[in-house]
Design a protein around this ligand. Structure first.
Ligand code: PEP
Ligand code: MG
Length: 550
């Protein structure tokens, strides 16, 4: 048995034979031509045909993977029409009196290398796109179509699958994708995720002959077992059947509205800590992202993430969510989330210490950098801003002042952003909950952080498992507080959600909905089961007794 390992971009188990796919790297021959105009016309026709293919692909992909993900095929059409790209091809044909395929291959290489050498991550990714369009046009010119799989279902193995290849595969014949290269943020990875197929990227070069071999792709661990031994096969089959059973039951919830029996639409959102989690969000059909814990971008590093680094992540998340809401929670460092380069003083009670918005209001440079990155990303999707650990009106006002300052600076530099970006606060301190009627007039939404609200209300350290029992015993107090917050929100006409772990407790769903909660944000894997629960609930029929009278 040969075991290889890469990065999982989509979980799941696939068992079957490997089909190695070449990256359609044409061995282009160079030959002299007599008639330059004829050759240029040949290339023009091929470009037009390639664009027609891309238009068709776009229309198909809109249906299968959504508009935002399909957009890559629009971008490819524009790239084919790029005047520098076209001029380069024509110049090579004219000056060297050579065939179009060769001129295309040279131009494609040059442009791809140029993009690959750029600092900007987005532009770097464009290198693959140039290769992709170039291969497509050459394929048309040489009438070579090598992209379909005619055999039975297979595990597709490639060096680095192109987005256009990925989306062209007949999904019913693909068991899994594995690539030797590729990043978790590549379009291929994004498409694989949205196609709901186990996928692993970045396995590194495989020297063994693997085409046609029997294999298992374990998208949970990122491992591929080639010629698996019996015990691995049994273990994986068990995992697969468990996974299938669960999935089958819940898959029915996909594409359905998160709406109660009496017609109240609930925003069923997902919590994430990184860009890599977006795959799960999409796979589980969340209505949006209700909590992006941005501090994870700051952890495990030696220094502060730059504005560009942050912008690139926020923007990609926003784009991948294709217009669905994404709520970015500003830096909540401190307490259990420490990064040494912040040089924070050692504290007696870190959970009650210098953390989150307290730190941001003092270290304004760090805060402003993050706000700039979030605001810039707001030009690329439906981005909202949320502030953690609020206890006072002063804090809200100070944050709003800084936000206005950053907006002004961006506007002065003609940098695009959403001027009306939705602005919300977390209700995770008893002070914020009790002041929620006042705070509601200052913000667009509330998101209740029950993890911290429980710890602060019940005076029990959330890190201490010995105190878990108190969470149950003190739950009525917490629920009462949630009711107060819902009432304040409703009175002020703003929406209110819960993004703490309690949101996924199905024993409390009826309470939350009766209390007036509009949004629940949970880990992606909880989305479908919670949607089922919401769809089975009739708020109108629930007795008033289930919520306390406040
Ligand atoms: C919370 O406190 O409930 C919350 C969602 O934030 P975190 O768990 O990141 O503190
Ligand atoms: Mg919290």
């Amino acid at each position: 048995m040969l075991t290889i390992e890469g990065k999982s971009v989509f979980a799941g188990i696939a068992i079957g034979n490997i089909k190695c796919i070449d990256k359609t790297n044409h061995k282009v021959k160079r030959y002299k031509i007599e008639n330059v105009d004829n050759e240029i016309n040949r290339v023009k026709k091929a470009c037009n045909q390639a664009k027609k293919q891309l238009e068709k692909l776009y229309n198909e992909a809109v249906v299968t993977v959504g508009e935002a993900n399909a957009d890559i095929f629009n971008i490819h059409q524009m790239m084919i029409d790029d005047s520098d790209y076209r001029d380069s091809i024509e110049n090579i044909i004219k000056t060297e009196m050579v065939n179009g395929e060769y001129a295309l291959a040279v131009t494609g290489d040059n442009f791809a290398n140029m993009f690959a050498s750029m600092d900007d991550e987005y532009m770097k990714e464009r290198a693959n796109d140039v290769r992709d369009i170039t291969n497509r046009i050459i394929t048309v010119l040489t009438k070579d179509t090598n992209m379909s799989i005619n055999e039975d279902k297979a595990i597709i193995f490639g060096e680095d699958l192109l987005p256009s290849q990925t989306v062209q595969f007949d999904k019913s014949k693909v068991l899994a994708f594995v690539t030797m290269k590729g990043s978790v943020n590549s379009h291929t990875a994004i498409l694989a995720r949205t196609m709901n197929i186990p996928a692993i990227v970045g396995t590194g070069k495989i020297n063994a002959e693997i085409d046609g071999k029997y294999a298992i792709v374990d998208g949970f661990s990122g491992k591929v077992y080639i010629d698996p031994d019996e015990s691995t096969l049994i273990r994986m089959m068990e995992l697969k059947s468990k996974e299938e059973e669960n999935k089958k039951l819940l898959q029915k919830m996909k594409g359905k509205e998160s709406v109660t029996l009496d017609g109240k639409k609930i925003n069923l959102f997902a919590n994430i800590g990184s860009l890599a989690d977006v795959g799960e969000v999409l796979a589980n059909d969340a209505d949006g992202i209700g909590l992006f814990r941005s501090e994870f971008l700051y952890l495990g590093k030696n220094t502060y993430p730059t504005e560009e680094e942050q912008f690139s992540v926020y923007k990609t998340v926003a784009q991948n969510m294709a217009g669905k809401k994404i709520i970015i929670r500003t830096l909540d460092i401190g307490a259990d989330k420490q990064a040494s380069y912040f040089n924070l003083d050692k504290e007696e009670n870190p959970a009650l210490g210098f953390r989150a918005v307290r730190l941001c209001l003092e270290r304004r440079d760090i805060f402003k950098t993050q706000l700039r990155a979030i605001l810039r990303a707001s030009a690329f999707g439906n981005v909202s801003l949320m502030i953690p650990m609020i206890v006072s009106l002063d804090e809200i006002k100070k944050v709003k002042e800084i936000l206005e300052e950053v907006k002004k600076e961006l506007a002065e530099n003609t940098i695009s952003f959403n001027k009306n970006i939705e602005f919300g606060i977390m209700i995770e301190t008893p002070a914020a909950a009790i002041m929620s009627d006042v705070f509601a007039k200052e913000v667009d939404f509330f998101s209740i952080g029950t993890n911290d609200l429980i710890q602060y209300m019940l005076a029990c350290d959330r890190q201490n498992p010995k105190l878990d029992y108190l969470c149950d015993e003190g739950m009525n107090a917490v629920l009462r507080m949630i009711k107060i917050v819902c009432k304040s929100a409703s009175k002020a006409g703003i929406w209110v959600g819960i993004c703490g772990e309690l949101a996924s407790d199905k024993n409390l769903t009826e309470f939350f909905l009766k209390a007036g909660i509009d949004e629940l944000s949970v880990s992606p894997t909880n989305i479908l089961s919670l949607r089922k629960k919401i769809r089975e609930t009739d708020i109108y029929k629930l007795s008033d007794d289930i919520v306390c009278d406040i």
